[in-house]
Design a protein around this ligand. Structure first.
Ligand code: MG
Ligand code: ZN
Length: 163
């Protein structure tokens, strides 16, 4: 049996990005309203949870890959304290003005790799994102996209998944 998953964009979906565009330090972490409760509900429905993020600030030299790895391990710990298991956080470190790649959303490579690695069912999985590029990446990977309003409680948008 293949597993079902929720892919989540990070900035604007889990973490508020209305005051900082680039987020790489733990003191910049402000969680979007009800994010813990919403992710617990998704997890209780049997979805594995993944975070898929563009981090072009690495290519631009604004922060390092290690800064992001440290931040993501803190993020995983914070979610774990809230009884939420994030299976994996993946990110594209490239910026198109500096280096071309296939992993930056709207590319679907990061999603494809997770689908292969965890044997995920495309038909039963969703991508929750606040950008058109998130929805394009989902479409390319053959999974359904759920657009949400940036920095707002996602609950009204995920009700169809929770039914
Ligand atoms: Mg976003
Ligand atoms: Zn990339």
């Amino acid at each position: 049996m293949s597993k079902k998953a929720i892919f989540l964009d990070r900035d604007g979906v889990l973490i508020e990005n209305n005051t900082h565009y680039y987020i790489w330090k733990s003191d910049q972490l402000t969680f979007v309203d009800d994010v813990f409760e919403n992710l617990r509900k998704l997890s209780e429905r049997g979805y594995l949870l993944f975070i898929v993020s563009n981090q072009g600030g690495i290519s631009k030299g604004l922060y390092s890959k290690n800064d992001i790895l440290v931040l993501h391990s803190e993020l995983i710990q914070t979610f774990r304290q809230e009884q939420i298991e994030i299976s994996e956080v993946v990110f594209c470190p490239h910026h198109p003005e500096i280096e071309k790649c296939f992993c930056r959303k709207p590319g679907s490579l990061l999603i494809e790799k997770l689908i292969a690695k965890y044997q995920l069912s495309r038909a039963d999985s969703y991508f929750i994102g606040d950008s058109l590029t998130d929805m394009e990446a989902a479409e390319k990977a053959g999974i359904r996209g759920i657009p949400v309003v940036p920095n707002q409680n996602m609950y009204p948008f995920i009700s169809s998944v929770l039914q």
